[in-house]
Each structure stands twice: as C-alpha cells, then as structure tokens.
Ligand binder design. Sequence first.
Ligand SMILES: *[C@@H]1O[C@H](CO)[C@@H](O)[C@H](O)[C@H]1NC(C)=O
Ligand SMILES: *[C@@H]1O[C@H](CO)[C@@H](O)[C@H](O)[C@H]1NC(C)=O
Ligand SMILES: *[C@@H]1O[C@H](CO)[C@@H](O)[C@H](O)[C@H]1NC(C)=O
Ligand SMILES: *[C@@H]1O[C@H](CO)[C@@H](O)[C@H](O)[C@H]1NC(C)=O
Ligand SMILES: *[C@@H]1O[C@H](CO)[C@@H](O)[C@H](O)[C@H]1NC(C)=O
Ligand SMILES: *[C@@H]1O[C@H](CO)[C@@H](O)[C@H](O)[C@H]1NC(C)=O
Ligand SMILES: *[C@@H]1O[C@H](CO)[C@@H](O)[C@H](O)[C@H]1NC(C)=O
Ligand SMILES: *[C@@H]1O[C@H](CO)[C@@H](O)[C@H](O)[C@H]1NC(C)=O
Ligand SMILES: *[C@@H]1O[C@H](CO)[C@@H](O)[C@H](O)[C@H]1NC(C)=O
Ligand SMILES: *[C@@H]1O[C@H](CO)[C@@H](O)[C@H](O)[C@H]1NC(C)=O
Length: 413
Amino acid sequence: MNFFQKIQCLSLPLILMYYFINCQKIPNPRSQQTSAQIDTKLYFFGGDLSYNDTLNSHDANITNEVWYLDLSRSFNTTALPWNKDVEMPVGHILGAPCVSPIDKSIFFIGGRMFVPNTANISLYSSIIYLFNPIISQWTTPNIVGFNVSFTRRNEIQPVIDVNGKIYIFGGSRYDDDDNDKFDIYNDMNIFDTNTMNWSTLPTSNNVPTSRICYTATLLPSGIILYIGGDDNHSSVSMNEIPAFNTKTYFWSTIKAGGAFIEGRLGHSAVLTKHENIIIYGGMFYNTTGTQAVPYIAELNTNTWIWSIPNVSKTNAPPSLSFHSAAIYGDYMFIAFGQTAVISPARINLINNVYILDTINYNWVTTFNQNKSIPKEKPTLNDYINSALITGISIGVGIIVLGLLIFGFLIFKK
Ligand SMILES: *[C@@H]1O[C@H](CO)[C@@H](O)[C@H](O)[C@H]1NC(C)=O
Ligand SMILES: *[C@@H]1O[C@H](CO)[C@@H](O)[C@H](O)[C@H]1NC(C)=O
Ligand SMILES: *[C@@H]1O[C@H](CO)[C@@H](O)[C@H](O)[C@H]1NC(C)=O
Ligand SMILES: *[C@@H]1O[C@H](CO)[C@@H](O)[C@H](O)[C@H]1NC(C)=O
Ligand SMILES: *[C@@H]1O[C@H](CO)[C@@H](O)[C@H](O)[C@H]1NC(C)=O
Ligand SMILES: *[C@@H]1O[C@H](CO)[C@@H](O)[C@H](O)[C@H]1NC(C)=O
Ligand SMILES: *[C@@H]1O[C@H](CO)[C@@H](O)[C@H](O)[C@H]1NC(C)=O
Ligand SMILES: *[C@@H]1O[C@H](CO)[C@@H](O)[C@H](O)[C@H]1NC(C)=O
Ligand SMILES: *[C@@H]1O[C@H](CO)[C@@H](O)[C@H](O)[C@H]1NC(C)=O
Ligand SMILES: *[C@@H]1O[C@H](CO)[C@@H](O)[C@H](O)[C@H]1NC(C)=O
C-alpha cells in the first residue's frame, strides 16, 4: 500500500462519516415557518410538522427549530448545506420576523406561539421575542404601552423600516382555548424598536378591510403594499392593493391592471432590485384548499401592471402555499411549504429549496455565489466605504501618476 492508497483508505470512512453527519442535518418537511435574511444567512424559524392539520388548528405540531443556509458559498439543491441554530423558546408559525437595520437582531411579533412540539395553544400569547443571531440568544424585551388587544394576533406579516419601526397590519386573534373561533382586524400597530414604544393608530380614511395571510412589501419610497390575503373566507382582489405610507401614516388604494391574477392567501412576495414584486404560490381556502393561478406573477411598481412570466417547468417547485421566499442578488429562494391540494386528512409538506434565476426566469439547481450580487441596495455604510475606496484609489492613482511623471522627467534629464 503506498501513501496515496493509505490516504484513500483513511478518507473513505471520513467521507462516509461526513455524509452520515450531514444527512442527520436535514430539516423535516414543514409549512407556515417564518424566515429572515441576515447578511448572507437565510434563517427559517419554527413551522408546522403535522401532515394532518388540514384545518390549521387542533392537529398542529409546531416546532421551535431554527435552521439556516449560508449564502456566502455556492451550493446545489441536491445537497443543501443546512445548519441548525439554537432553538426558539416557543414553537412559532404564521408571523414574520423583522431584522433590525440597526443591530441585526430579529424581532418576533405575533404569529402563533406554542409549547414546542405540540399543538398546545396555552402559549398562544404573541409575546415579543428578540433573537441575537451573533450569540444565538433569545430574550423577551419590555414593551412600553403594549396594546393587550394585540395578544394572540397571527396570520400577519410585520415589516420593519430603515429606522427600526415595525408596522403590523390586521391579522386574526383566536380565542384563548378555541382555535376555531376568531376575530379578524384591520388596525395598524406600530412598534418602535429604538424606544420599545407600542402604539395603535386610530382608524383613518381608506383603511382596508380586515384581512389575514396577506404579504407586506416595503418599497424604497416608504410605502408598504399589502397584496392578497383573505377577508373572512374570501380572497381579496389582487387589483386593488392597499398602500400604507410610513411617512404620513395615510392609507391609499393602488389600482393594478394587466394580467388577471387570482386572489390568494399563504403566497409569498419578494422585491427585486428593479423594484418589481414577484409573488409565488398561494391558495384559496375552501375546504379542499385550491391552488390560485397563475402560480407566479410579477407586479411592476412603476406602471402597476401585473404580468405572468414565462418560466420553464424544468426544476420548478410544486404549487406551494405557506412556504418561505427570499431574494438574494438575482436569485429568488423558495423553501418548505405545503402543496395547496389538501386531501381530506393529509397535507403534503416539503423540505426542498427551489431557486429561481429572476433574470432569465428559469429554475436552477445550483446557487452560484460568484454570480449573485449580495446586496439589493448599497447601505449608507457601503456608500461611505466605496467612496473611501474610490477616494483612496484616486489618491493612490494620482500619487502613482505623479511618481511616473517625476520618474519620466528624471529619465529625460
Ligand atoms: C393527526 O395526527 C396525530 C399524530 O399522529 C394524531 O394524534 C391525530 O389523531 C391525527 N388527527 C386526525 C384527524 O387524523
Ligand atoms: C411532532 O413532531 C416531532 C418531530 O417530528 C415528533 O417527535 C412528535 O412525535 C410529533 N408530535 C405529534 C403530536 O405528532
Ligand atoms: C450537486 O452536488 C452533489 C453533491 O455535492 C454532486 O454530486 C452533484 O454532481 C451536484 N450537481 C450539480 C448539478 O452540480
Ligand atoms: C399546555 O402547556 C401548559 C404550559 O406548559 C401546561 O400547563 C398545560 O398542562 C399543557 N396542556 C396540555 C393539554 O398539554
Ligand atoms: C365572517 O362571515 C360570517 C358569515 O359568512 C359571519 O357570520 C362572521 O361574523 C364573519 N366574521 C368576521 C370576523 O367578520
Ligand atoms: C409612544 O407611543 C405613544 C402612543 O401609544 C405616543 O403618544 C408617545 O408619544 C410615544 N412615545 C415615544 C417616546 O415615542
Ligand atoms: C388597541 O387595539 C384595539 C384594536 O385595534 C383598538 O380598538 C384600541 O383603540 C387600541 N387601544 C389603544 C390604547 O390604542
Ligand atoms: C374549491 O374551489 C375550487 C375552484 O373554484 C372548486 O373546484 C372546488 O369545488 C371548491 N371546493 C369546495 C368544497 O367548495
Ligand atoms: C414560453 O416559453 C416556451 C419555451 O421557451 C415557448 O415555447 C413558448 O412559446 C413561450 N410562451 C410564451 C407565451 O411566450
Ligand atoms: C466561483 O469562483 C471560483 C474562483 O474563481 C471558482 O473556483 C468556482 O468554481 C466558482 N464557483 C462556481 C459555482 O462557479
């Protein structure tokens, strides 16, 4: 046996061990989990692991697991490099974590919070949790002026603005001990993460009807668009989009035209760097749960025209609802979720990740870090850094040029 053969013999068990350990680290299929992106990490929190929770209530099995994908390295979808982080204090679904632009901590406001790995709703309290991703630590912040009416509010998508203010619209509130009885809301709650101050806006003109399971997209102009959702068992129109101005606190309605897009809930929306919104999946909730069509659509936020992109079926995900979506560079990631068709006692859950190249509009199996542009928009820091680097380069350039000219002059002499 020569040296290289020995190395091979030794490395085979190591490789097998690596795959064994790696195989252990794959999350179970789930839906209604929540997700957040911090720099190059794409986090997934909680989720419902139950295959028979068709009515979204008593048969739930809510996990408190935290998983993430590191987007600083290329990978392909056949072998996803999953990482597991410290678990949440509660199981969590049907909310949306907000990442602080100030210190990158993650605020969990509302959603359904459960005793981990059960359907025990006694913790259904929508306590606010704070996750520090640097030290993987959970805390409960003290809130000033919390509106107790917000307790147990879920099926919401809070959004955070660049100043660290969180806007939470509507949602539903379930009874203490009965998941099937609930009220739905159209109020706007605002939580300022700088002062920990909570306030509920007084009702004003143009406030949309009560709704749940919509998507909320903050545009760079400071307008939040609330797309889709369900208003007491009927899907709201995709052509009348409520818009909340975070600068004036006024509501307005945007009339969108173009292709016909069926109303839906449990869909996702991401904002591309060209300021188009791509919605994916979703369903309408009659007793069977029917996929809304088309399963993918794009809204141009300059013309307010809906269009249906011609996406190749190759490597396409199934029609999903209650999945997670994120955009990273020109890639849209779709993860977990359930297929919309619910057979009488079974939900089909998935644990796959699908990647859409939003430039070529095809589903790819390889995430190529080299081709991705990590940031949507440069932050102030990046402007300063790039200005500094440009400044330094220009400075160095001038010095080099000066030396060259100086050298040339000396040479000439
Ligand atoms: C759903 O599954 C759980 C756990 O397997 C079981 O306890 C429950 O009875 C099931 N519910 C229905 C409606 O089948
Ligand atoms: C919930 O899921 C966990 C993890 O898969 C499992 O161990 C547990 O038995 C499940 N509980 C119920 C009630 O189905
Ligand atoms: C995906 O990764 C697996 C394992 O690393 C590898 O065997 C396979 O060839 C890769 N596929 C593509 C399309 O890169
Ligand atoms: C639910 O959880 C609470 C708090 O952990 C516990 O006191 C209660 O007994 C649990 N209920 C059931 C039905 O498991
Ligand atoms: C929902 O609609 C039903 C009738 O279809 C009505 O009885 C119920 O009060 C409504 N609930 C809410 C929260 O508006
Ligand atoms: C806190 O919110 C209340 C409304 O609930 C408002 O009147 C007050 O000015 C706010 N305080 C601060 C420090 O933002
Ligand atoms: C708390 O929220 C409820 C429901 O939106 C609202 O009616 C009430 O006015 C709010 N209370 C305060 C003090 O803002
Ligand atoms: C649900 O909606 C679909 C599409 O409109 C329809 O085909 C189906 O019959 C509906 N199911 C029920 C139970 O109403
Ligand atoms: C969509 O793309 C396919 C394949 O590239 C092409 O055959 C088809 O004509 C396109 N459809 C439309 C409506 O552009
Ligand atoms: C990314 O670039 C590096 C260095 O140029 C190269 O080694 C690697 O193969 C590239 N990865 C992909 C997925 O193209």
